[in-house]
Design a protein around this ligand. Structure first.
Ligand SMILES: Nc1ncnc2c1ncn2[C@@H]1O[C@H](COP(=O)(O)OP(=O)(O)OP(=O)(O)O)[C@@H](O)[C@H]1O
Length: 240
């Protein structure tokens, strides 16, 4: 049965005299991947931060698994990968994963298997004992993604997860996300890569703080009479 995992209702947010989100309502269900796309500065990270309870909306409310946010109870069911990596540079990748596994309450008995599982998804097994300060930008993104996957959370929120990641691994990561979706997980991804938007079940298009489209990629392409999400995006920008 499909469950509503995240619900944002009539969210308004402004900073000084700039309106960032203008009456945005948005939901994420179990068993779907939603792509949140929009130009730089359109409010994607702000939506995520409000859903996570890290930023307070001026009006409206956010719930995760029917709990009003912020709420510590749901954090164990949430995997979050921020846009900038929050890693311990002076620790190895394995030590980082162990630390976050402890934070997520993964038992010591299961920890090693879980660390190996998530490191495999992002091809980091050969580098687990290397210090993070020696990692490239793409390797750091991969480690952040592995951390978000720890504990197999019901909800995954990924802010630009594939920046700096090469095409073969990008494909592998998307196939992992799709298999998680098929098992009923709910996944929200922001991306600037329009090809990736095509791989989602639903695209939420944000422009100037308003959600102006929210539908399956194929439906949007039919509606706007174009062949790709990139063209939908350009057409929407032109006409708004
Ligand atoms: N703490 C803050 N104080 C003032 N303005 C802010 C603050 N945080 C974000 N903003 C502004 O809010 C707007 C939306 O920012 P947000 O980070 O949500 O955009 P985004 O769509 O995620 O952008 P990008 O794709 O570049 O990551 C931007 O104009 C940004 O400058």
């Amino acid at each position: 049965m499909t469950k509503q995992m995240i619900e944002l209702t009539n969210i308004h947010k402004h900073y000084s005299d700039q309106i960032i989100l203008d009456n945005v309502s948005f939901h994420l269900n179990s068993g779907e991947i939603v792509g949140l796309i929009g130009p730089s500065g359109s409010g994607k990270s702000t939506i995520i931060n409000i859903a996570l309870g890290m930023i307070k909306a001026d009006e409206g409310h956010a719930t995760v698994m029917a709990e009003l946010m912020p709420n510590r109870k749901v954090l164990a069911d949430l995997g979050y990968m921020a846009q900038s990596d929050a890693l311990y540079e002076t620790l190895s990748a394995r030590e980082n994963l162990n630390f976050f596994a402890d934070m997520k309450g993964i038992s010591r008995g299961n920890r090693q298997a879980e660390v190996t599982r998530v490191a495999k998804v992002v091809n980091l097994i050969p580098y687990l004992d290397r210090m993070v300060s020696q990692f490239s930008g793409g390797m750091k993104r991969r480690l952040s993604l592995a951390i978000a996957l720890l504990g197999d959370p019901q909800i995954l929120i990924l802010d630009e997860p594939t920046v700096g990641i090469d095409p073969a691994l990008r494909r592998q990561i998307w196939s992992e996300l799709q298999s998680m979706r098929d098992k009923g997980h709910a996944i929200l991804v922001t991306t600037h890569v329009m090809d990736e938007a095509e791989l989602t079940d639903r695209v939420a298009l944000l422009l100037d703080g308003r959600l102006i489209a929210n539908d399956a990629p194929q439906h949007l392409e039919t509606q706007y009479q174009v062949n790709s999400i990139e063209e939908v995006f350009l057409k929407v920008e032109e006409t708004n």
